[in-house]
Write a protein that binds this ligand. Sequence first.
Ligand SMILES: NC(=O)c1ccc[n+]([C@@H]2O[C@H](COP(=O)([O-])OP(=O)(O)OC[C@H]3O[C@@H](n4cnc5c(N)ncnc54)[C@H](OP(=O)(O)O)[C@@H]3O)[C@@H](O)[C@H]2O)c1
Length: 318
Amino acid sequence: MSAKRVIAVLGSTGNQGGSVAKIFLNDPKLKKDWTVRAITRDITKDSAKKLESQGAELVAANINDGSSLAKAFSGAAAVFGVTNYWETMSKEGEEQQGRTIVDAAKGAQVQHFIYSSLIDVAKATNGKLAKVYHFDSKAAVEQYARDSGIPATFFQPGFFMSNLPGQMLSQESPDKPWTLALPTPETAPFPMFDAEADTGKFVKAIVLKRDEVLGKRVLGATVYQTPAEILADFKTAFPNAGKDAKFFSLPHEMFTAALKGKGMPDFAAEELLQNFRLMDEGGYFAGEKLDWSLSLLEDKPTTWLEHLKAAKAFQGLN
Ligand SMILES: NC(=O)c1ccc[n+]([C@@H]2O[C@H](COP(=O)([O-])OP(=O)(O)OC[C@H]3O[C@@H](n4cnc5c(N)ncnc54)[C@H](OP(=O)(O)O)[C@@H]3O)[C@@H](O)[C@H]2O)c1
């Protein structure tokens, strides 16, 4: 019997990495050939312990520390890499973390590096939207990985469905109508993605179809949906709660003022606004279609209708 291969998973206690760890631990096709090395800064936390109880090996490492990553990647055949802009809100910081991950993966002679990337928005919009730093920084890491020559595939996660329930689709108070409030027109296309449920499905396909996807970008989304369609699904699922539900196209100043009111720095509020404007002014994936990425999947991706029916914020609605 040949030894199983190791996939080292960064962000294993988070949405994307957690989804990757879960599918490699549970999918019959994957678990016969692969074992999971779940990486976290804190191997004592509950989410890490849960992975261990399901059969993962836990390894403590920090993406700011190359030597810890060298150990964490040692002997791994594949690495899933994700960086987290929002913890530090630093473009340079995220680029540095990404370069540290790439260097460590290259040093460990990893055969397949999968990085959670995004497009270079400043470039795709010819400088019109030049402040979506958390996209541009991931694109810079992708370029660094390409230049390094490491065998790699770039997974680009779409718009997380989890941003909506109770947040952008919410109720001011129980007597008020449910409102989908976004700083976009009603017709803006959103690439709808269930990060927790579906990142693993895409990464499974990437690993199983390695030769076909090396050097390529795989787009993580089920479908493009407009705010009008997002709301229509809510009304279908909950005819009673949804009967007065409406879309509100948030004026830009109102959107940024609300974020600043919650303590977000000015630059980040403007960054998020431009992030939403991107949907309609260039396209989240720069207008690329989803067909090829979806054709790689063996497992059906989650629809927004399925996601919203299971969302905690909507429990009890009818
Ligand atoms: N929200 C959206 O619609 C959307 C769409 C596309 C992309 N994204 C991107 O998704 C990224 C976040 O990914 P996520 O949602 O999967 O993560 P998440 O659920 O926010 O969790 C963050 C993960 O990163 C790990 N991590 C953070 N800093 C680390 C460090 N210094 N060393 C080692 N591990 C570290 C954490 O591990 P420990 O805490 O256990 O160490 C945790 O597992 C962001 O960069 C964001 O830009 C978001």
